[in-house]
Design a protein around this ligand. Structure first.
Ligand SMILES: *[C@@H]1O[C@H](CO)[C@@H](O)[C@H](O)[C@H]1NC(C)=O
Ligand SMILES: *[C@@H]1O[C@H](CO)[C@@H](O)[C@H](O)[C@H]1NC(C)=O
Ligand SMILES: *[C@@H]1O[C@H](CO)[C@@H](O)[C@H](O)[C@H]1NC(C)=O
Ligand SMILES: *[C@@H]1O[C@H](CO)[C@@H](O)[C@H](O)[C@H]1NC(C)=O
Ligand SMILES: *[C@@H]1O[C@H](CO)[C@@H](O)[C@H](O)[C@H]1NC(C)=O
Ligand SMILES: *[C@@H]1O[C@H](CO)[C@@H](O)[C@H](O)[C@H]1NC(C)=O
Ligand SMILES: *[C@@H]1O[C@H](CO)[C@@H](O)[C@H](O)[C@H]1NC(C)=O
Ligand SMILES: *[C@@H]1O[C@H](CO)[C@@H](O)[C@H](O)[C@H]1NC(C)=O
Length: 469
């Protein structure tokens, strides 16, 4: 999915929405007035268009405030198309819209065959990207304290920070911040399905997109057409189980990466026969004294200027590294970055800071009830992380939610639960795909999703990396 990150477009959309009856299930009233994705006109192929759809902020109050979803589409040139294929790249908080633009302009080997039969539809989920966004104070976010604390005083600082950050997001975002949960986003998808005129909902979701897709399947079991969930998130896991599953996957991938280093001379750390010891020592050192990342400084001239932390702790290095483990193709570069960090320059592995993080947090806090609320409980979670996962130490998105969501302006409204659809065994078959060694959604977690969804089919890809397309 490398094409998602390198990609910026400017959009000016002039769209009008017709219709007012907001029940997604039978809503021919929903329509999107598709327009060219305007700014980039010279490279705006005829197959590409963009639009907006207004949906209720609160699906339980359909006549109340509306929010806007932004969506892009690549139209198939087939005279016999099979429908639309909706896409979600994961996150939570990842925007989908750039993918369709990129597909229309550049194509993609993985999608070219699909585009012969389906329109690809790329909606930014509520709160994300070009949809009405979640916003937070960027300076506050850049000053996030460590999720790992050593004293009651540090814990208190974390609480104070959470309160200030959450308040800033609420101030800048407004009440929508309480409605960006995944169940609401799944209802939006059904409104979008109606708006493109499809009876059945075809969907490809990666990572968090599997959680969104599973929630859709639970809410609208009769509408499922073809659904592929790649990088399976188990929707039933509570804080502790999710923490263990996620960190287990990352710790396992770290071990495999450093085994590769010991055997393969393309690894920059090759030659020591114990490269994982270099990693463990680096992390311990950086946790004592953060490592400078001069290229992150806003005044530097590097590619990451102003986009990452100017110094990083070991925990932050681990957290950032997980993003780069998407594909084993990155392993040689990763080994260079670890070597640079070990030599005192952590720029390439410094924790990224971006506006995507705000939606990530806002969605995460509504989907993941915090269970370890006190200092003692939090320290117990930390200690469990370092005891069970000697190389990943528990540093993960799961720990981020477990920490930052304490004192958030909203408690979870869409808590985890076992997949439960009224369609039972009549559910259309859903394909779940997972790598045997996925660093984020471990195979045991993906199998948990598979076991819960009746009629689902499980495909294992032998190998490493997060998601398989
Ligand atoms: C238009 O979009 C393409 C595809 O992302 C990009 O490569 C190109 O630089 C853009 N052109 C302009 C003028 O913004
Ligand atoms: C139709 O689209 C496919 C894939 O997007 C492309 O390979 C093909 O050349 C197109 N055909 C025509 C007639 O434009
Ligand atoms: C949020 O807005 C209120 C009222 O305008 C203000 O008192 C408070 O300082 C703001 N908080 C943050 C964190 O910006
Ligand atoms: C690494 O292991 C190989 C094979 O066991 C051995 O020949 C070599 O001397 C070791 N190198 C170092 C630096 O320990
Ligand atoms: C960056 O440059 C500006 C303008 O020269 C200066 O005011 C600011 O202090 C610099 N920031 C850092 C972090 O050095
Ligand atoms: C630190 O590393 C980055 C990325 O490799 C590089 O661009 C930058 O020049 C380095 N800075 C220093 C001071 O070595
Ligand atoms: C969230 O739940 C906790 C624990 O029950 C409670 O202390 C806190 O006040 C709640 N927060 C909100 C915003 O409702
Ligand atoms: C599953 O959903 C049905 C219908 O919404 C509900 O009646 C039932 O209690 C749910 N079962 C579980 C175990 O939550």
């Amino acid at each position: 999915m490398a094409f998602l990150s390198s990609f910026i477009i400017a959009l000016t959309l002039k769209v009008s929405i017709t219709g007012a009856v907001p029940t997604p299930r039978d809503a021919p009233q929903y329509s999107i007035d598709w327009q060219p994705c305007a700014e980039n006109a010279t490279e705006n192929p005829a197959s590409l268009d963009c639009g907006h759809l207004e949906v209720p902020m609160d699906w339980n109050n359909p006549d109340g405030t509306k929010i806007r979803l932004a969506v892009s589409r690549v139209k198939t040139n087939s005279t016999n198309k099979l429908g639309s294929l909706f896409f979600n790249p994961g996150g939570p908080g990842g925007p989908a819209l750039p993918l369709c633009v990129s597909l229309a302009v550049e194509g993609d080997i993985a999608f070219n065959e699909i585009m012969k039969h389906y329109d690809i539809v790329c909606p930014d989920p509520r709160g994300v990207g070009y949809s009405t966004p979640v916003k937070c104070d960027a300076d506050l976010w850049a000053s996030t304290p460590s999720y790992f604390v050593n004293s009651e005083e540090e814990w208190q600082q974390v609480q104070d920070f959470n309160k200030a950050l959450g308040e800033s997001c609420l101030n800048l975002t407004g009440p929508m911040m309480g409605f960006v949960d995944t169940a609401s986003a799944a209802k939006d998808l059904d409104a979008l399905r109606a708006a493109v005129g499809d009876k059945k909902f075809n969907y490809l979701g990666f990572s968090y997109g599997t959680q969104l897709g599973a929630r859709y399947a639970e809410l609208f079991p009769g509408n499922i057409g073809r659904m592929v969930l790649d990088g399976g998130v188990d929707p039933s896991l509570d804080e502790l189980d999710s923490f263990i599953q996620g960190n287990w996957a990352m710790d396992n991938e770290l071990s495999r990466f450093f085994e590769w280093c010991d055997f393969d001379s393309t690894c920059a750390l090759h030659g020591s026969n114990d490269s994982i010891a270099i990693w463990d020592a680096l992390i311990a050192r950086a946790n004592q004294k953060p490592i400078p990342a001069p290229g992150c400084d806003a005044n530097s001239t590097g590619q990451r200027a102003g986009e990452c932390k100017p110094e990083v702790t070991g925990y932050e290095l681990i957290f950032e590294l997980e993003n780069h483990f998407q594909s084993p193709d990155n392993w040689p570069s990763i080994s260079e970055w670890i070597k640079e960090a070990d030599e005192g320059n952590a720029t390439s592995l410094s924790l990224g800071l971006g506006s995507m993080d705000y939606a990530n947090l806002a969605i995460g806090c509504l989907d993941n009830p915090v269970e370890s609320r006190t200092y003692e409980e939090h320290v117990a979670l930390q200690n469990l992380g370092s005891a069970m996962f000697p190389h990943a130490l528990g540093s993960s998105m799961q720990l981020q939610f477990a920490t930052t969501c304490i004192g958030w302006p909203f408690n979870a409204t869409n808590p985890p639960h076992h997949f439960n659809s009224t369609a039972g065994d009549k559910l259309a078959p859903i394909l779940i795909v997972n790598a045997e060694h996925d660093p984020a959604t471990g195979i045991s977690e993906a199998l948990g999703l598979h076991r819960q969804i009746p009629n689902s089919v499980f495909l294992t890809r032998t190998g490493d990396g997060h998601t398989s397309l």
